[in-house]
Design a protein around this ligand. Structure first.
Ligand code: CDP
Length: 212
């Protein structure tokens, strides 16, 4: 059976960095599931369709392939906002489920990061982390990242976006963002990348030890 590491948490919490580093450390494949929702949102925008059109969003999600995820256009702020709007649709989430479950079965192990990995996609994951940080710190990290990508955006705008997205992701009916009962909370507010990765590794090692 493949060893699944589920990493969930809000925007810019550091979950992506921690997840990709864990994958490199263990030689596992890594899937950033946020990119799936980003790809659906961006394709709707590019084809002139409405982000509130549940049926159109589901149709795009059904046709999505993993090879679409390397597009750097998915990394921007517009894509993140579009992602969280299409992610509220049950049909979109159902359409993306099989693909994520199939990925989770890859040997010898995988790391998936997102909002509902430990709760819905891989409830039997051997190791679960919920990575978080204060909204202000997350906004600062995201602001630096967006400015680094050439986006012209104010810190206050990024903070407001983050708060709105947290609310939408945690408040939706379909697979809301919530810490799984058995997920270990990792607050990265006062941790740099090295320290956060180290803490995450210790959580995974403890889970491995429990499973013998
Ligand atoms: O990096 P950041 O958290 O900004 O974004 P992301 O992880 O790429 O996710 C973008 C949006 O996709 C989130 O705000 C969620 O609404 C949605 N998402 C989700 O619903 N379920 C997932 N497993 C991953 C992302």
């Amino acid at each position: 059976m493949s060893f699944v590491i589920a990493v969930d948490g809000p925007a810019a919490s550091g979950k992506g960095t921690v997840a990709s580093r864990l994958a490199a450390l263990y030689g596992y494949e890594y899937l950033d599931t946020g990119l799936l929702y980003r790809a659906v949102g961006v394709e709707l925008l590019e084809t002139g369709q409405d982000l509130d059109d549940a049926a159109a969003a589901e149709a795009v999600a059904r046709g999505l392939h993993l090879n679409r995820l390397s597009d750097p256009g998915l990394r921007g702020g517009v894509a993140g906002e579009a992602a969280s709007r299409v992610a509220v649709f049950e049909g979109v989430r159902a359409a993306l489920l099989d693909l994520q479950r199939a990925f989770a079965g890859r040997e010898p192990g995988v790391v998936l990061d997102g909002r509902d990995i430990g709760t819905v996609i891989a409830p039997h994951a051997q190791a679960k982390l919920f990575v978080t940080a204060s909204p202000e710190i997350r906004a600062e990290r995201r602001w630096k990242q967006l400015v680094g990508q050439g986006e012209d955006v104010a810190y206050e705008t990024v903070l407001a976006d983050i708060r709105r997205r947290d609310e939408r992701d945690a408040g939706r009916g379909a697979a809301p963002m919530v810490r799984a009962d058995d997920a270990v909370l990792l607050d990265t507010s006062d941790l740099d990348i090295e320290a956060a990765t180290d803490a995450a590794r210790r959580i995974v090692e403890a889970a491995r030890a429990r499973q013998g």
